[in-house]
Design a protein around this ligand. Sequence first.
Ligand SMILES: C[S@@+](CC[C@H](N)C(=O)[O-])C[C@H]1O[C@@H](n2cnc3c(N)ncnc32)[C@H](O)[C@@H]1O
Ligand code: SF4
Length: 490
Amino acid sequence: MVILSSWVLARKPKIINPFILEHPLFASLKRTFNCSSTRSGLVLNREEFQTVAQRKLILISLDWTRPKDPPLSLGHASILANLRHHNIDIFPRSWSVNVPTFSPDDVVEFIMMHANPYNDVALGAFVWNEQAIQHILRELKKHKFPGRVILGGPQVSYVKKGIEKYYRYADVYIRGYAENAIVKLMLSKSLFPCIKGVHYFGQPDLGLSAAAELDILPSPFLTKLILPQRFIRWETQRGCPFRCAFCQHRESDVSMKRRQFPMSRVIQEAEWIAKYSNIQDVAVLDPTFNSGPYYLDIMGKLIKEKYRGKLSLQCRIEMIKKEFLDKVVQLNDTAETVLEFGLQTTNPKEQAIINRSNNMKIVEKVLTQVRERNIKIEVSLIFGLPEQTITTFKKSIDFWFNHKVPVIHAFPLMLLRGTPLHEMKAELGLVESYEVASPEIDRVQTNIPHVASPSFTYEEWKEMSKIAESLEISTNNVSKSSNEKHNQFF
Ligand SMILES: C[S@@+](CC[C@H](N)C(=O)[O-])C[C@H]1O[C@@H](n2cnc3c(N)ncnc32)[C@H](O)[C@@H]1O
Ligand code: SF4
């Protein structure tokens, strides 16, 4: 009762396009949306359920893509594959937010083209599309979009309480892994079913996350949603067992723990990857590939199948095992493996604040082992950290230079929602700015703010940006010109 009346108080009844009001099915739905009596009032009778069963989903994905990216992002494809598996009617559409022609108004137009009381819209909120999402939500409100506006993605998942303050114009919020929750939402007899991790506007925010049911998710590759192509992104697990204070992959609570896809699925996908000779470049999205029980078996499968392309793996350097490096060497008989290590900083004070201590003795040992085996590596640092100075930043770079590491990236710090650094922003005196550090730096995006700390001046931040830029140029990284042609899917 309390829940429902707060929903109704918070929400003005949605006014719907007059010709839709004529539709005989609408009466039951309108009653459902405006129900103010009891919770059971939300459960539809049999006739009404047929209406719900006809609900369709406008599935919107606003990705930040590189020109080589597949036309469909892996996250979007995973949600789409599960909706299709459950025969839910979908209008899927994706946009690249980083192409100059992108306009959020086109997204609004697309959504409103399909607007009717039986169609819901779902959008994924990411740090790179925040401004576009806010604009779209405002416009949908203004145009009185009649269905449910469903919002998910990391920008929602990592806000543990009070999500409505961030997004006033959504109706439904999904925290955590959305694939299963969204299917339940679409198939339920009720418009407001009780699903763990799903929060409705106006109800008390329990801050729960939807659990991943990775065991039963259909694979976007094996279901032919993503076709064999030159470059693909792949995932074998989600989340990371570490807790670095700047990173969204960190294990933030029980429901966001690292989760493994079933071995059978990953092995079949590895076979699929090796089978198609046009797949020449695979970037594994796992934040820490060399964690968990299966990664050596996955390497074994790729070796057995003689995968011939490039394979990029993000790894935690202190967890590198000799057996893993030996497998990389074996795989490199046919393939080209690149190990990507983060380090962030060599300075103990900075490491303490970001909760990222690096055991430098082990790091050096691994570097020797990697060099002995002639394995390609890339390393990443962060600039703009609390307590950092231009001198400590240069020292972190020198560490890698002294170890003759040829590819070094230095990324400007981003304050990501839900991370401890984000929460400590005021305490640490961190200031955000949309100033672009350098268009040459991988991951620098015009619509993601970067961070200044009181430990360096604006001029010093500019100098760090210049150094980071020169690292990119000297390692010959491919420029991310947004003018290049992007793939289009829908
Ligand atoms: C997924 S992690 C790297 C691999 C591995 N898990 C590790 O930490 O060694 C990828 C890299 O993204 C960068 N990164 C992550 N969060 C960031 C943030 N908030 N600001 C700037 N760079 C960030 C870090 O340099 C990090 O090493
Ligand atoms: S930076 Fe790497 S190790 Fe740290 S939490 Fe993120 S993914 Fe895990």
